[in-house]
Design a protein around this ligand. Structure first.
Ligand SMILES: Cc1cc2nc3c(=O)[nH]c(=O)nc-3n(C[C@H](O)[C@H](O)[C@H](O)COP(=O)(O)OP(=O)(O)OC[C@H]3O[C@@H](n4cnc5c(N)ncnc54)[C@H](O)[C@@H]3O)c2cc1C
Length: 413
């Protein structure tokens, strides 16, 4: 938004930017490419990766190797999450979340964004159906922040819920996205030793993992940017991400289970002999909560049929290859960022307008960044041209995003 010329205030409830990708310790940016040499997600997400590269804080395959099935490359990358899918190299980046916090700070300060950290948005200010700003609470007290366009990128849709925009928060308990997490990192491990054990003694490893699960421990270990640090991911069912009592329960219970995990691994699993819990996530991992009901609800059917929209703002590579092999790209339309009934509001990130299946597939970090880039650009263009965001000429948005390096389908000019 600010880079496109609009005066911008950014509110954040915690002391750093990045949400799940930093405070949630989600340190893998899922594929930005589809298993060919082409890259579908670039733009701001690529810039973030490039800046991390300069700091030596990201690990990912080289662009020249994308789509390769060369056995030497595949065996080099297969231990990194999502870098090899169905035997082909993808552009997926494992990043250092502390470096990412610094990169995001640099990007917003360079763009002259007025950043207010430690500021929780608590209520929308709306007259009839027109959103005018938000109330936030901080150590400075209660404050109103007004704007011509407000972007709700809270993940949970706090702004649109308060503004009275329709939304859905029903979850399918069978889906991964309904599960919460308290992730953590373990330090002083020997990841090579661990992965060699896991690969060479798969049955023994599986037995140990079953035993650990029986004790309540976590068994999903993901490689980080460091050989001596492992990320532990988990999936906790049956909790409501919008309920403070449930979140509190997980803060306590999740840490107990992290300790069980660490003690067991230290005692029984090669590579973890000297391990310790390096840090637990400073925020509960929420995969999905409120979903906007917007001008277009992106559906499972859209995903399965590979629908290309006349207002596509992001082309998202299928990272599971189980959804629809003949349609390797999922398209997000601008209308999925626009609420019904409430004006001067756009939505970006995991709370965008989608059904549970589309939401589950399109919530990864790289897609959320792409939606954020589109929403910010649209807001700035709408202000510049004096039109409502829902009336913005898509061609303006398309051309501006393409100029910013976002790969989009061609449109007739
Ligand atoms: C455990 C777990 C593992 C995952 N694994 C992966 C993975 O490996 N790769 C991948 O790409 N994706 C993964 N995901 C999904 C991905 O991390 C998220 O879907 C994505 O990061 C969401 O981004 P977002 O910006 O929409 O929301 P968030 O990351 O939740 O960001 C929302 C931001 O808004 C702030 N905020 C919220 N409410 C308010 C308020 N009222 N006032 C002020 N500020 C507020 C938050 O503090 C936060 O900074 C995972 C998710 C989880 C939970």
């Amino acid at each position: 938004m600010a880079r496109n010329g609009a005066s911008t205030v950014l509110l954040e409830r915690y002391g750093h930017l990045g949400g799940m990708a930093t405070g949630g310790l989600v340190l893998v940016i899922m594929p930005m490419s589809d298993g060919t040499a082409e890259q579908q997600i670039a733009g701001l997400c690529q810039e973030v990766v490039d800046r991390l590269d300069v700091m030596g804080a990201a690990i990912h395959p080289e662009k020249k190797d994308l789509g390769s099935s060369d056995s030497r490359l595949v065996s080099c990358w297969k231990r990194y999450a999502f870098s090899v899918i169905e035997g082909k190299i993808r552009l997926s980046a494992t990043v250092d979340p502390e470096a990412l916090k610094c990169v995001l700070n640099d990007m917003v300060t360079e763009a002259r964004v007025s950043l207010l950290l430690h500021s929780l948005e608590t209520r929308a200010i709306a007259q009839q159906n027109e959103l005018q700003g938000v109330i936030c609470e901080s150590k400075s007290g209660r404050q109103a922040v007004l704007g011509k366009v407000i972007i709700d990128a809270t993940g949970d849709g706090d702004v649109f819920a308060s503004a009275g925009a329709p939304f859905d928060s029903t979850m399918n308990p069978a889906m991964r996205s309904s599960r919460l997490a308290l992730t953590f990192r373990m330090g002083n491990i020997d990841s090579n030793r661990y992965f060699s054990f896991r690969e060479s003694e798969a049955l023994k490893h599986a037995d140990l993992m079953r035993e650990l699960e029986g004790l309540g421990g976590f068994t999903m270990y993901i490689k980080t940017t460091r050989e001596d640090v492992m990320w532990v991911n988990n999936f906790i069912p049956g909790l409501n991400p919008l309920n403070a009592a449930d979140l509190t329960w997980l803060e306590i219970n999740g840490r107990k289970r992290a300790l069980i995990t660490q003690r067991f691994l230290k005692e029984h699993v090669p590579g973890f002999e000297s391990s310790f819990i390096m840090d637990t996530a400073s925020q509960i991992g929420v995969r999905s909560s409120r979903r906007l009901i917007g001008e277009h609800i992106l559906t499972e059917q859209d995903i399965f049929s590979g629908t290309v929209f006349p207002d596509t703002i992001a082309v998202c590579p299928d990272f599971r290859h189980t959804v629809s092999p003949e349609h390797p790209h999922w398209h997000v339309p601008y209308r999925s960022l626009i609420p019904n009934h409430v004006d001067r509001l756009l939505v970006a990130g995991r709370c965008f307008s989608s059904d549970p299946v589309a939401n589950d597939l399109l919530a990864p970090i790289q897609f959320c960044i792409a939606m954020g880039q589109a929403a910010g650009t649209a807001a700035a263009l709408a202000i510049k041209h004096g039109v409502a965001v829902r009336r913005l000429d898509y061609r303006l948005l398309h051309n501006s995003l393409v100029d910013q390096g976002v790969p989009l389908p061609n449109i007739e000019s």
